[in-house]
Design a protein around this ligand. Structure first.
Ligand SMILES: CC(C)=CCC/C(C)=C/CC/C(C)=C/CC/C(C)=C/[C@@H]1[C@@H](COP(=O)(O)OP(=O)(O)O)[C@]1(C)CC/C=C(\C)CC/C=C(\C)CCC=C(C)C
Length: 432
């Protein structure tokens, strides 16, 4: 969360709400227009070649990745197992419902919404692609979506590339969601974050309500407004993300994993829940809608946990410790050790445990990716593999996440793309 390196735009508060004045954005990647097919073909050619080469050469890391293409079996339990050691302990200590149970209610609600809209047949909105309901000025709307694409290309290049494999309608919708999330995050994490008050977040939430009701405030909102009118996207995960930003304003310590889990759901699990209705579930998938949403939630949690583990030093310099206090204490560690920033054996043991848990969330998430609509799988695999490798990089840095930023090099990043592509070709169904 406290890691966004980009400056996204400036924020101006007015009586009517919070305005964003976007900087002009250089577009590094443009695959639209007459040259697009040529570039697209080149891109595919590269992917195929690289994939083939990897298959033959198969260095250690990729060999494992390729081997794991072999489908695993196993049923997804109705209620997910609790993953954190401390989740269990805090759930026992606190007879009230755990965060995981509360978040699962949101998952069920999202799944029910989708089932209701699709007559219980799962989620594939391919047939809706190309349809536009309820908006008359296509020129403005197209411009709004293009702008979302530019923002995405600028700030999330790999992800943007991945979205180019999606159908045009879906791709635009994912861009619109991305931009709203990025803007929301920038409220508390951007250059004007110190001026943001809970009231500003209330106004942002009001504005969210308006756009869901077809009253967008600016052109970027208009893109999302159009998206939510076409896909069964619920407002709840969006509201919850804003709640996560509120939490960030008032809280800088997390007593146990249960508290941290809720935070991770708010700021990242929600992204998974927002994305699934747009990406679509493969028509041939036998997985339950709930299990796919669960996997999406897990991917968000895994990403956020990884983000937190990578940025321990950076966050500490802002006075923030996201790591669960009770787990630190169990390893004989405290905030002081984090502020001191020395890699000790205790720290290494603690970190090994944390990394193990993050990997468990990635493992759960992986089961769901193959259930997505085939054209949506590649960007998800790409982002999953890339983010997961940050955990390897932390290990390679000998767990020094105080002063060394775990970083996945360009070569590894590039090598992951054909691996992701290969995995995306493998279809359903690991979640039944
Ligand atoms: C294909 C794909 C990945 C789609 C999601 C696109 C999307 C809408 C992304 C929004 C990301 C965003 C700006 C979130 C705001 C809150 C935030 C900053 C969360 C952290 C992301 C990393 O951000 P940051 O740019 O700061 O990171 P760096 O410092 O640059 O490394 C998060 C860690 C969380 C992001 C969470 C996701 C991308 C959720 C992914 C889950 C899915 C797409 C569901 C897939 C479906 C199944 C069935 C597995």
């Amino acid at each position: 969360m406290y890691t966004t390196s980009c400056i996204f735009g400036s924020i101006k508060q007015t009586e009517s709400g919070t305005h964003f004045i976007f900087k002009s954005i250089a577009i590094h990647l443009s695959l639209t227009g007459s040259k697009s097919k040529e570039k697209h073909n080149l891109f595919f050619f590269f992917l195929t070649m690289a994939g083939g080469l990897l298959w033959v050469v198969c260095p250690k890391g990729n060999a494992t990745a390729l081997l794991s293409l072999i489908p695993r079996t196993g049923k997804n339990p109705k209620m997910k197992p609790l993953k954190g050691i401390s989740t269990v302990s805090s759930a026992v200590a606190n007879p009230a419902r755990s965060s995981e149970e509360r978040v699962y209610d949101v998952v069920l609600k999202q799944a029910a919404l989708v089932k209701q809209q699709r007559g219980g047949k799962g989620l594939d909105l391919e047939k809706r692609d190309g349809k536009n309901d309820g908006f008359s000025d296509w020129g403005v709307l197209n411009e709004a979506y293009d702008r979302c694409g530019e923002v995405c290309a600028e700030y999330a290049k790999t992800f943007y590339l991945g979205t180019l494999l999606m159908t045009p309608e879906r791709r635009r919708a994912v861009w619109a969601i991305y931009v709203w999330c990025r803007r929301t995050d920038e409220l508390v994490d951007g250059p004007n974050a110190s001026h943001i008050t809970p009231r500003a977040l209330d106004r942002w939430e009001k504005r969210l309500g308006d756009l869901f009701e077809g009253r967008p405030y600016d052109m970027l909102d208009a893109a999302l407004s159009d998206t939510v009118s076409k896909y069964p996207v619920d407002i709840q995960p969006f509201k919850d993300m804003i709640e996560g930003m509120r939490l960030d304003l008032r809280k800088s310590r997390y007593m146990n994993f249960d508290e941290l889990y809720l935070y991770c759901y708010y700021v990242a699990g929600t992204v998974g829940l927002m994305s699934v209705p747009v990406m679509g579930i493969a028509p041939e998938s036998k997985a339950s809608v709930e299990s796919v949403y669960n996997a999406a939630l897990d991917l968000g949690i895994a990403n956020q946990l990884t983000n937190i583990l990578r940025d321990v030093g950076e966050d500490a310099r802002r006075g923030r410790v996201y790591l669960p206090q009770d787990e630190l204490a169990r390893f004989g560690l405290s905030d002081d050790d984090i502020f001191r920033g020395q890699v000790t054996d205790r720290w290494r043991s603690f970190m090994k445990d944390q990394i193990k848990r993050a990997r468990m969330f990635f493992d759960e998430a992986e089961k769901g990716v193959s259930e997505l609509n085939s054209a949506s799988r590649w960007p998800v695999w790409a982002s999953l593999l890339l983010y997961r490798q940050i955990l390897d990089a932390i290990e390679e840095n000998d767990y020094n996440n105080f002063s060394r930023r775990a970083y996945v090099g360009k070569v590894k990043k590039f090598a992951s793309l054909p691996v992701a592509y290969g995995r995306a070709l493998v279809g359903t169904s690991k979640l039944i």
